[in-house]
Design a protein around this ligand. Structure first.
Ligand code: FE2
Length: 291
């Protein structure tokens, strides 16, 4: 099975400042002044065409399609992604898609635009979504909730893995926005990381996924299977951003033959030629970082 994984697309959308309220004013100003120019329109168009012209079985998008969860951002994200949304797509939300209370009430904004690509809900109590692609389950978890300004951390109820194990067989892929492991040169603060990820990693030992797909930290990496997390962990954030000295951006394409036999390629944007091309894989052993 060939899987394309992209993440943290943060599609640029112009929002009139005067229409924003509360936390969104600072959040959008931060995006507008610091990050807007890094998410280039030509790069985004090239990313969509590259995927459109690639043969694959599944497309995983691990959240953060918006910046401050405004309605017009969700509509723009749906529009940008339209050429590559089909039965092979599996999407989950990121913290920027659950940025404020209004993104959840009175309606779930992310679901309003993307529900047909989010799989089926398999729990009445927790966000656990499942989609079968080519006979293998893709499981989606939502580690996000609205938080005060300058906080972006995640949390998963420990019942979520336990409930998930009841509805899956041996082989499954897991998609969650927050990392469960970081390389030593890219550690996250408590205000940014999934706060109980060690607990979740320990629970996952009972039924490890084939791959844990995530985003959130805007740099690509791959962790090889190890003792604490006996599975590959892939970070494809950010796929729509220019790389710089502290952000190795791009995305991954994985060819899964079986649980031990995977061919992982990293694709990144080449600024001068304005094309996506295969580049060096940033592969780490587990002891080069921490859960
Ligand atoms: Fe994020």
């Amino acid at each position: 099975m060939k899987i394309v994984h992209i993440s943290d697309l943060h599609f640029p959308t112009m929002i009139p400042f005067l229409s924003l309220k509360g936390k969104s004013i600072i959040g959008y100003a931060n995006y507008y002044l610091r990050r807007r120019k890094k998410h280039d329109l030509t790069l985004i168009q090239n990313l969509i065409s590259y995927i459109k012209n690639t043969e694959y079985d599944a497309l995983v998008i691990s959240g953060d399609l918006t910046n401050v969860s405004e309605e017009r951002e969700f509509a723009a994200a749906r529009n940008w992604l339209d050429p590559i949304l089909d039965a092979r797509t599996f999407i989950i939300p990121g913290n920027h898609d659950r940025y404020k209370r209004e993104s959840l009430h009175p309606e779930l904004k992310f679901e309003k635009y993307f529900s047909e690509f989010m799989g089926t809900s398999v729990s009445s109590e927790y966000y656990i979504r499942k989609k079968m692609i080519q006979g293998t389950a893709f499981i989606g978890w939502d580690s996000n909730r609205p938080l005060p300004i300058a906080k972006a951390n995640g949390y998963l109820d420990p019942n979520i893995p336990k409930e998930t194990f009841k509805i899956i067989g041996n082989d499954y892929f897991l998609v969650c926005h927050h990392p469960i492991w970081n390389p030593g040169n890219y550690l996250e603060s408590n205000g940014h990381k999934m706060v109980n990820r060690r607990e979740i990693a320990e629970l996952l030992l009972e039924k490890p996924p084939l791959i844990y797909f995530h985003g959130h930290s805007h740099s690509n990496w791959v962790k090889a299977p190890g003792k604490l997390a006996p599975y590959y962990i892939l970070n494809s954030a950010s796929s729509t951003r220019f790389s710089d000295s502290s952000h190795a951006c791009g995305f991954h394409i994985v060819n899964v033959r079986d649980s031990k036999n995977m061919d992982i390629k990293r694709i990144s944007y080449h600024l001068l030629s304005e094309t996506f091309t295969e580049t060096d894989l940033l592969l780490f052993e587990e002891d080069r970082g921490e859960i």
